[in-house]
Write a protein that binds this ligand. Structure first.
Ligand SMILES: [Zn+2]
Length: 153
């Protein structure tokens, strides 16, 4: 997979700190590789109220709901995390979803993949119920593990 600068489209080495053509600062993930999800957009699309910031990401927000769109209480039902990307288009975004019970204890941790995260659009990521414990979780965090630059649409 080829990394590229989200502003000018120039190829970027995975270890580059700045784009060689336009000078945009490029960020790196925990593995040290260039990570598209951390490059701030100069004009990010603001999220609606009550959306929360995805951890280790820039301009990426989330909310969650049960798989059929009801109350955000997890358990035997499936879970949907909705991601809203206000920054550069992303693809193959790997996220980690962690659920906590009412006492703040971690009850589950699952990884999921969003194949396309276009700028300014929200994308639903389903977590099937068999990946979830039989508990009611009250709190949920989402962390971006890695992402690639997508293309403008
Ligand atoms: Zn550039």
């Amino acid at each position: 997979m080829e990394a590229m600068c989200p502003r000018c489209g120039a190829p970027a080495r995975k270890v580059a700190r700045f784009c060689a053509r336009c000078g945009l600062r490029l960020e790196h993930g925990p593995d040290g590789l260039l990570d598209a999800g951390r490059v701030p957009h100069p004009h990010p699309v603001p999220p609606p109220p009550n959306w929360r910031a995805v951890r280790q990401a820039t301009d990426l927000h989330y909310r969650w709901e049960s798989a059929w769109g009801g109350e955000p209480i997890l358990g035997t039902e499936g879970l949907a995390v909705v991601l809203l990307n206000g920054g550069y288009p992303l693809r193959n975004a790997e996220i980690e979803v962690v659920g906590y019970d009412g006492d703040g204890r971690e009850r589950f941790k699952v990884k999921s993949l969003a194949y396309e995260l276009p700028r300014g659009r929200d994308v639903r990521v389903e977590v099937p119920s068999y990946e979830l414990p039989n508990c009611v979780c009250r709190e949920l965090t989402v962390t971006l593990l890695s992402a690639e630059f997508g293309s403008e649409q």
